[in-house]
Design a protein around this ligand. Sequence first.
Ligand SMILES: C[S@@+](CC[C@H](N)C(=O)[O-])C[C@H]1O[C@@H](n2cnc3c(N)ncnc32)[C@H](O)[C@@H]1O
Length: 244
Amino acid sequence: MHTYVAGERNRFAQQLFRPLPQRYDRLAEALSMGQNGRWRRAMIDRIVPTSPATVLDVASGTAGVALQLSKRTSADIVGVDLTMEMLAQGRHNIAAAGQRNRVQLVAGRGEQLPFPDRTFDALTFTYLLRYVDDPQETLSELARVVKPGGAAASLEFFMPPNRFWRFMWWLYTRLLLPVAGLLTGGREWFRVGRFLGPNISGHYRKYPLSWTEEAWRQAGFEHVGVRVMSLGGGLVMWGTRRDD
Ligand SMILES: C[S@@+](CC[C@H](N)C(=O)[O-])C[C@H]1O[C@@H](n2cnc3c(N)ncnc32)[C@H](O)[C@@H]1O
């Protein structure tokens, strides 16, 4: 077992997500203009055909992805997240869905997973890489616990490549999102709404898509693919664990 050592960014993520769980599922859907569920399905579409017996879902939060995985595969699923409050809501959601025998949640960090090498048949992670200090190292850590030949898929926010849509996206994330967050979820969601746009732009300035694709390969994945969703608002990526 690894020691649990949270860094500055981990603490920031915990503070950001701590007040969100109760309204998370509804507001994540509303603030992504109904796209989050569609993006999630597109990500899970990459896992389903591989018929895994075990799946690890990192940054599992309130277990939305984990529960979709349990519905669409016959796998046993382990979700990992570092915010206890998100995990508590996730456990509630799992119990309400009658999936306690299939989905288990564990406290942990994507940077330092509490599992031996090559444990899982498949891997998913959502909205994780913007919250870690070193995305390349985290990708390698994620790859470490996947069996050779296992499928991996991820979902992230992205920025529209087209200039017109990027400008609309900029207006949406800088103006509408904070206001919509405030009106629907109060002060905590205003904070999230104000944080997201600049955080997404800053992330891709430092780690453009071409960098991220190469980082997946460096981490040990092959057949790396990318699908830009909703004009560029979302990004689904996938790959297969190489046998190194
Ligand atoms: C936007 S939420 C996504 C939750 C869920 N995957 C979904 O799509 O509904 C991001 C989650 O990442 C978690 N998180 C942030 N940094 C993390 C890290 N380094 N390791 C594990 N989880 C992390 C947060 O606690 C939060 O629950």
